[in-house]
Design a binder for this molecule. Structure first.
Ligand SMILES: Cc1ncc(COP(=O)(O)O)c(C=O)c1O
Length: 420
């Protein structure tokens, strides 16, 4: 069953309150009503600190536990203790990197890619520098925005100890073949593999066990929830590594990694965002059921049905975006433009208009009621490699499943007008 966009958009109060074309989703999606309800419900009904000997604290703990289990189901983790909550992906990654630094010795190598957001580069280059390890870079092809296979091979041949890979690029939309990369990395002897799934999470199902990664991070505000970061870590690693923590805090995962009192209402809101995705699965995911049911059940199945259904619709959005963008003579599209390779990208498109600064294009789009981002969006290595950093970066247009074909056409009309 195709998505009913009216029913879906009705789940997002923002669209009625502030009518606009929301194409700023790679920077953060709008919040589903279920998510906001969960946040408010937490604050008004079960607001308490953890581990108290009284009913309110027990009820609060029950919500937090349910949220952690839901996040484990979402990412395919084996147990809820493998899920760590934090303020955002960047803070969680910086925090973890300080602990992983102790596994690095002078002369070791650390692999990062130029296709990544800086939150999956700087934490690792910083610890490499501190520990006397060498950074090995994997390049991407500027023509199509995909990781360069030869560069990856060459980097793996140098036997890095730690590898940090992005699932999908927040600038060019490329989905990396992470499962295959992880397999190659393991064969090359890489010990620790960290995946940044921030941009992929709102667009498709994730299964950390199937991928075989050690760590994977994402952010709930990119998948229709509140500002909260999630980190999956293999239990033995979370247990064995030394965490930067204060003395009275638990020595066990996940709590040893969660410094201070958590963002309880945010965690409840993340649960609500997953309930929204589960609703999508129940309502629109029948076509994917048979195949997914062989492997998943319960909430894990429901979530994957939801993500598979929205992914199928997003292919259509991507095709329409490609059609539109490649038909405008003064628009230059960066990254994968081949409609036959639609499954290798999320619907995130970066462009420039001949003779215009990206910021001015974003301002013109805003004047027409269209929200779009400009600049480098922290994918600094990408804008530098493409040679657009000094000219203001690129304009990013990122529809998600709640955007309509009509909106794609309207953005096309606006770009035609702006580019003249
Ligand atoms: C690919 C990618 N990684 C990491 C981040 C950083 O996430 P957070 O804002 O949760 O720190 C972003 C944010 O845009 C991103 O797009």
């Amino acid at each position: 069953m195709m998505l009913d966009l009216n029913a879906i958009r009705a789940q997002f109060p923002a669209f009625e309150k502030r009518p606009a074309i929301y194409f700023d989703n790679p920077a953060g999606t709008q919040v589903a009503r279920q998510s906001a309800d969960r946040m408010l419900g937490y604050l008004l009904d079960t607001n308490s600190n953890k581990g108290g000997a009284f009913a309110l604290s027990r009820e609060s703990d029950a919500v937090l536990d349910e949220a952690r289990q839901a996040a484990a189901d979402f990412l395919g983790a084996g147990r809820k203790e493998e899920i760590v909550f934090g303020p955002n992906m960047t803070s969680l990654t910086l925090h973890l990197s300080r602990s992983l630094a102790h596994t690095l010795n002078p002369g070791d190598r650390v692999l990062v890619t130029r296709l990544d957001h800086d939150a999956n580069i700087s934490p690792w280059t910083r610890v490499a520098e501190e520990r006397g390890a060498e950074v090995v870079w994997v390049d991407f092809d500027v023509e199509d925005g995909t990781l360069n296979a030869d560069s990856l091979r060459a980097a793996l041949d140098r036997a890095p100890k730690l590898a940090a890979i992005g699932y999908a690029s927040n600038a060019l939309g490329t989905i990396n073949p992470v499962k295959d990369i992880i397999r190659q990395a393991r064969a090359a002897g890489v010990e620790t593999i960290f995946i940044d799934a921030v941009q992929y999470a709102p667009h498709g199902p994730i299964d950390v066990q199937d991928l075989g990664c050690d760590f994977l991070a994402c952010s709930a505000y990119k998948f229709f929830g509140p500002h909260l970061g999630l980190l999956y870590g293999r239990y033995d690693l979370l247990d064995g590594l030394t965490a930067y923590k204060v003395r009275p805090a638990s020595n066990k995962p996940p709590y040893k990694w969660e410094t201070g009192t958590g963002n309880h209402e945010g965690i409840a809101g993340m649960l609500g965002a997953l309930e929204y995705l589960g609703w999508l699965g129940e309502t629109y995911g029948a076509a994917q059921e048979a195949q997914l049911a062989e492997r998943y059940s319960g909430r894990g199945l429901q979530l994957r049905k939801g993500l598979a259904a929205l992914r199928a619709y997003e292919f259509e959005l991507s095709r329409a975006m490609l059609d539109m963008l490649t038909s405008l003579p003064k628009v230059r599209l960066y990254g994968l433009a081949d409609p036959r390779r639609i499954e290798e990208r999320v619907p995130t498109f970066s462009i420039n208009i001949e003779g215009m600064r990206p910021h001015d294009v974003a301002v013109e789009l805003d004047r027409r009621g269209i929200y779009a981002w400009d600049g480098n969006y922290y994918a600094l290595a990408v804008t530098q490699r493409l040679g657009v950093e000094d000219s203001g970066g690129m304009v990013r247009l990122g529809p998600v499943h709640y955007n309509t074909m009509d909106e794609v056409h309207k953005v096309g009309e606006a770009l035609a007008e702006i580019s003249g």
